[in-house]
Design a protein around this ligand. Structure first.
Ligand code: KG4
Ligand code: ZN
Length: 361
């Protein structure tokens, strides 16, 4: 079975073809980074317009690279939630049009499930320079940390089925990647902030500057990143944006260390509490070198296996959407024209955003 995946939930227009075994036959990602960079964050209306321009050429490129036409695929999977409504609608309506015109079955996919199952994608023979991951031996249950610009949450995955995925805790405010982007903007470093702060931190000393950073509760799977960001903002308000690159690097290192600390401690805590021996990383922040290193080290001391999929599977892509859709399409499911876009995930949330009484700790 060959599935065409389409993803337009945020700031990437993506299309991919994946086969029955999760092998990635093509994977095209058009990033809107240059569109949003002047604003230091994603501008929803600009995102929708850019998807509109790029959806057709990106899908065509994905089919071409797989050596296929629409007639050669067996089903279509499209991200229908969660995300920016305008952006989602472009992909959903485009995909429905393709399904109608070709008479192929179509399913709507929850973007978060896409991320959570992306570890099963097999890119080994297709992408040069990326070491193969022995996916076959990754058996649920596992705990997944999903950390990106839009989401930060921990999940327990018992099987590759939406009903077998449980949110353990999420962020009450900013996503981890969002905090990187905001701190980067504050320091005038550019967008997206994650890769820049990651690089600068390598040269910095996390202990050199005393930024009073709030201590999180380590025994809760819920996150909060707005306090860390505010601490950096206060420091900048008091001292001004540092001109010395060494001071900038130290500030980045201090901030990054705290965010990574929180992500690692809470992920390990959750894996132990859930009594699972595998942790899977996903989302754009899985690119963070300190996070990968620290999670591997902390996991190793507790006999917990830490799996980091190839980066192309962690960041937003349509191969993960195709694979998630495939799981339903091969059971004969077809949403037809009943797919509608929603800004919310289908996964039950346990963490409420904002202040107030809390869910499980
Ligand atoms: O998953 P992704 O490509 O898109 C979504 O947000 O859904 O993630 C992008 C986010 C951005 O906030 C970016 O700053 C962050 O991931 N990011 C990183 C790194 N690379 C990307 N954060 C920390 N360290 C990195 N190396
Ligand atoms: Zn994402």
């Amino acid at each position: 079975m060959l599935v065409l995946g389409i993803e337009t939930s945020c700031d990437e227009t993506a299309a991919a073809v994946v086969d029955d075994d999760g092998r990635v036959l093509s994977d095209v990602v058009h990033s809107q980074v240059t569109v949003h960079a002047p604003y230091g964050g994603v501008v929803p209306e600009l995102a929708s317009r850019d998807h509109l321009t790029n959806a057709a050429p990106v899908v065509r490129a994905a089919l071409d690279r797989a050596g296929l036409t629409l007639a050669g695929i067996d089903g279509i999977a499209v991200t229908c939630r969660p995300g920016l409504m305008g952006a989602l609608l472009v992909g959903v309506e485009f995909a429905k049009g393709l399904a109608w015109a070709s008479g192929k079955p179509i399913v709507g996919v929850d973007h978060l499930l896409g991320h959570l199952f992306a570890v099963y994608l097999d890119r080994s023979e297709r992408i040069a320079g990326v070491a193969p991951v022995a996916n076959a031996v990754i058996e649920p249950p596992f705990v997944a940390l999903l950390a990106s610009g839009g989401h930060t949450a921990l999940y327990r995955v018992d099987a590759l089925d939406a009903g077998q995925v449980r949110e353990l805790g999420a962020t009450r405010d900013d996503a981890a990647g969002e905090a990187f982007d905001k701190v980067s903007k504050l320091l005038g470093l550019g967008y997206p902030g994650g890769p820049i702060i990651d690089r600068l931190s390598e040269q910095g000393d996390a202990d050199a500057i005393d930024v009073p950073l709030p201590m999180p509760r380590r025994d809760s799977p819920e996150f909060s990143f707005s306090g860390i960001k505010t601490s950096v903002a206060r420091w900048v308000a008091e001292h001004g944006v540092p001109e010395d690159p060494a001071v900038i690097a130290n500030l980045c290192a201090a901030f990054q260390r705290r965010v990574v600390d929180v992500l690692v401690k809470k992920t390990i805590f959750s894996a132990r509490r859930e009594r699972v021996s595998t942790i899977v990383l996903g989302g754009g922040m899985a690119a963070n070198r300190e996070l990968r290193r620290r999670m591997q080290d902390e996991g190793a001391t507790r006999e917990i296996r830490v799996v980091v999929p190839p980066l192309a599977s962690c960041t937003d892509n349509a191969a993960m959407i195709a694979f998630s859709g495939l799981l339903r399409l091969r059971k004969g499911e077809n949403d037809g024209d009943r797919i509608s876009a929603s800004p919310h995930t289908m996964l039950p949330r346990v963490t409420r955003k904002g202040a107030g009484r809390r869910g499980p700790t």
